[in-house]
Design a protein around this ligand. Structure first.
Ligand code: NDP
Length: 295
């Protein structure tokens, strides 16, 4: 058996197209473009690439992009003051502070300062609480994108056994909440889990969000399981190559022979994250204008 490939790249492209249409409809009704502000502190090269890509895709979808690049030595007070200004700015519907922040800054305090109505990353305590309570709110992009892929692949998830490997605030915990809300029986595994292969083997759905290259082996999987590989790991470069290969947390080559469906890395969950960020920004824009969000 060879697993079906879950094409996150194609799904993300169609999601961006939908967002583009909604953005046009929003502009016609609100008399302004929906706006996403991205804040980057310091010179981290990976973060610079992400921020540039987010800005480009925001504009391509017909939204306004506001980029704020601050020096590495920006103070906590200056960053909080910027978040406050963006919270108060009616042209800004979504605020994303690119993480990680330089070590001298209090990341939690900065994130908590973002207005929950503009929290397109879904990381404020209010958004986290709303997700846990089942109230409408903004949900972290990577797990929401992963859920969209799962529902597209499987339809109803009700009653399925799901194992989420990883318990981060950004991916693992919100992923588990989303699966629970879909009536899955959810297990959250982490670095202290005993007999991880046995735990994974009972899952109809496996979401790997660990950050360890090719850790999940084919022998851990229940035949036919649906596997969502969130991990993005760069291997050391081969001799003569400039960059190493990107791989996920799942040993894709062997898992493909056992799983029913699987996301590749790259081209699986990765492209979904920014597409969902754009969708979250638009949802925030509609709500901020008191308009009903079209389905
Ligand atoms: P974190 O480092 O915050 O969390 C990793 C989790 O994995 C922790 O809960 C940790 O457990 C668990 N873990 C570590 N080692 C093991 C192990 N040997 N066995 C079982 N569990 C283990 O990472 P993130 O959640 O932020 O990201 C996870 C991966 O997803 C990374 O590769 C990251 O690059 C990728 N990612 C991809 C995105 C995308 O757009 N596709 C977006 C965000 C992340 P414990 O809590 O016990 O330490």
């Amino acid at each position: 058996m060879t697993a079906t490939l879950i094409d996150g790249k194609a799904f993300a492209a169609s999601l961006r197209e939908q967002v583009g249409e909604l953005a046009g409809a929003f502009e016609a009704r609100a008399g302004r473009k929906a706006g996403l502000a991205v804040v980057l502190v310091g010179e981290d090269p990976a973060s610079q690439v992400y921020v540039a890509s987010k800005a480009k895709q925001t504009v391509a979808c017909g939204m306004a992009s506001f980029e704020h690049r601050l020096p590495q030595d920006t103070s906590q007070d200056a960053l909080i003051a910027l978040v406050d200004r963006l919270n108060a700015d009616p042209a800004v519907d979504g605020i994303l502070v690119q993480l990680p922040l330089p070590g001298h800054l209090d990341e939690q305090a900065v994130v908590a300062r973002i207005s929950p109505d503009k929290d397109v990353d879904g990381l404020t305590p209010t958004s986290t609480g709303r997700l846990a309570l089942g109230l409408p709110g903004l949900v972290p992009c990577t797990p929401l994108g992963s859920l969209m892929l799962l529902k597209d692949q499987l339809g109803s998830l009700s009653g399925l056994d799901a194992v989420v490997i990883g318990r981060s605030i950004l991916v693992g915990k919100p992923m588990a909440q989303l699966l629970l809300a879909e009536n899955c029986t959810v297990t959250i595994a982490h670095s202290r889990t005993k007999d991880l292969p046995d735990v994974v083997r009972r899952a109809d759905i496996v979401v790997a969000a660990v950050g360890r290259p090719e850790m999940v082996k084919a022998s851990w999987l229940k035949p036919g399981a649906t596997v969502i590989d969130v991990g993005i790991n760069r291997l050391p470069p081969e001799p003569g190559a400039e960059k190493g290969k990107l791989v996920g947390d799942v040993d894709f080559a062997e898992a493909r022979a056992v799983a029913g469906a699987i996301t590749p890395v790259p081209g699986g969950v990765g492209p979904m994250t920014i597409a969902v960020l754009l969708r979250n920004s638009l949802v925030a824009a509609y709500r901020n204008e008191g308009l009903e969000v079209p389905e």
